[in-house]
Design a protein around this ligand. Structure first.
Ligand code: DP6
Length: 373
C-alpha cells in the first residue's frame, strides 16, 4: 500500500458509520458467467461472521474536491493498486445512482490488515453502504429503506464491487442465487428451525501465511472455465447446495462438515487445474488439513475445514467448542488465530460524537491485534 501520508481523521460531525461483516463461504462462488455484471456461475452459501468486519466512516466534501480514502490508518492514492477496487466502486455508484459529491472515507478492519484474510467482502460492502448513506444523508437502516435503498438493493450494488460482498448484508446463513440472468440474481436467508436465531457456529480462522496471493480471486474466477473439472463441478452443485441447506436446517455439523471439506477441496482442484493455474495452498496448509482429519478421527477435534482463495484454513465448529479447537491448534502449531462466530449483518449509524468514533477506530485497530493470538 502506498503510504502517501498518515491519515487525517474524518473531522466533520455529519459523518455516517457503516459496519459490514465478512462472511465465509460453505459452498463457494467460483467462476462468473458475466464479470461486468458480477453474475456468478453458481449459487453459493455462506455464514455471516461477526468479529471480522470493516468499519467505514464517510462524509461529504465540498464539490470540486477529490475523494479522500484512508484504509487502516493510511491515505491511499487513486492509482494505488490495493485501492483500485474501492475507487472503481465509487465511480460505479456515482454513475448508477447519480450522486456526484466527493467523499472523505476512512475504513478500518477489525482483523489485522496483514493477516492474509480476505477483506473484499466486508471492505467493499462497508464502502458501498457508507457512501450511499453519506450521499443520501440517511443515517439508519430504517431511513435508508424509507428512501428506497433496501438491503437487497444495497447488497446488489455492493456485489458489483466484489461478488462475495452481497452475502454480508444479511445475518446467519445466506444463499446467493445466480438466477437465470444477471438481473434475476437474489439473496435469501436460510431458515432457522426455530425462532431463536441462527445456528451458533464458530469459525476459527487459522493464519498460516500473511503473504499476498499471486493470483487474485478475480483473475482465478475468469480462469475457472478452462479447468476440465469445472463443468463436472457445476453439474453436481445443485445436489450439494440441497445437502448443505438440509444440514443447516437440521443443525447437523458432521453432515455439514463433511460436505464443506469436499467443496473447498473441489474449488481448489478447479483453481489448480485451470489455465493459468492457481495453487493457493502451501505445504503448511496441506499438513494442517491432514492434521485436522487425523485429530478428528481420534475424536479430539470437533471441527471441519474450509478454505477460501488463500492458504489460511477456517475451522467450522460449534461456538461451544471454539476455544478448545483454538487451544489444540495453538498447542500443536502456535499459529495466530481469529475466533469468530455467526453474526447478524451490517449496522449503520450517525457519527454524532466524531471524536469518540475516531478514538474508537484507533482502538479497533488495537483490538484487531488482540483478536489474534
Ligand atoms: C473463494 O468475491 O473476492 O472467497 O467478485 O471478483 O471480487 P470478486 O471475487 P470475490 O470471490 C470470492 C471467492 C471465494 C469464495 C466465496 O466467497 O464464495
Amino acid at each position: 500500500m502506498t503510504r502517501e501520508a498518515q491519515a487525517s481523521d474524518v473531522s466533520e460531525s455529519e459523518a455516517v458509520v457503516a459496519e459490514v461483516p465478512s462472511n465465509i463461504a460453505l459452498v463457494k462462488y467460483w467462476g462468473k458467467r458475466d464479470s461486468l455484471q458480477q453474475w456468478p456461475a453458481n449459487d453459493s452459501i455462506s455464514m455471516t461472521l461477526s468479529a471480522a468486519r470493516t468499519r467505514t466512516i464517510a462524509r461529504l466534501l465540498p464539490l470540486g474536491q477529490v475523494d479522500q480514502l484512508t484504509i487502516n490508518g493510511h491515505r491511499v492514492a487513486a492509482d494505488d493498486p490495493s485501492a483500485q477496487k474501492a475507487f472503481k466502486q465509487l465511480a460505479y455508484l456515482r454513475t448508477t445512482l447519480g450522486f456526484d459529491a466527493p467523499l472523505a472515507i476512512q475504513s478500518s478492519n477489525t482483523f489485522p490488515a496483514d493477516c492474509g484474510i480476505a477483506s473484499s467482502a466486508s471492505g467493499l460492502g462497508a464502502l458501498t453502504l457508507a457512501a450511499i448513506a453519506a450521499w443520501t444523508g440517511q443515517t439508519s437502516w430504517d431511513r435508508l429503506i424509507g428512501a428506497g435503498y433496501t438491503r437487497e438493493l444495497i447488497a446488489a450494488l455492493a456485489r458489483r464491487g466484489s461478488g462475495s460482498a452481497c452475502r454480508s448484508f444479511f445475518g446467519g446463513f445466506v444463499r446467493w442465487h445466480a438466477g437465470h440472468s444477471p438481473e434475476t440474481q437474489s439473496l435469501s436467508v436460510l431458515a432457522s428451525p426455530d425462532q431463536s436465531g441462527p445456528w451458533e457456529l464458530s469459525d476459527v480462522i487459522v493464519i498460516i501465511s500473511d503473504l499476498r496471493k499471486a493470483v487474485t480471486s478475480t483473475q482465478a474466477h475468469a480462469a475457472a472455465w478452462s479447468s476440465p473439472l469445472f463443468a463436472p463441478r457445476l453439474a453436481g452443485l445443485d445436489q450439494r447446495l440441497k445437502q448443505v441447506e438440509a444440514a443447516i436446517a437440521a443443525r447437523n455439523l458432521q453432515l455439514l462438515g463433511d460436505i464443506i471439506e469436499s467443496e473447498a477441496l473441489e474449488m481448489h482442484a478447479v483453481a489448480m487445474s485451470a489455465e493459468p493455474s492457481a495453487v493457493y495452498m502451501s505445504r503448511e496448509t496441506s499438513e494442517f488439513l491432514a492434521w485436522v482429519r487425523a485429530r478428528r478421527s481420534e475424536q479430539r477435534l470437533p471441527a471441519w475445514f474450509t478454505l477460501d482463495a488463500g492458504p489460511n484454513p477456517h475451522l467450522i465448529c460449534t461456538a461451544e467448542d471454539a476455544q478448545r479447537v483454538a487451544d489444540l491448534v495453538h498447542q500443536d502449531f502456535g499459529y495466530r488465530m481469529i475466533i469468530d462466530t455467526v453474526g447478524t449483518g451490517p449496522t449503520l449509524f450517525a457519527a454524532q460524537m466524531t471524536a469518540n468514533i475516531q478514538s474508537e477506530n484507533r482502538q479497533m485497530r488495537a483490538v484487531a491485534e488482540d483478536l489474534s493470538w
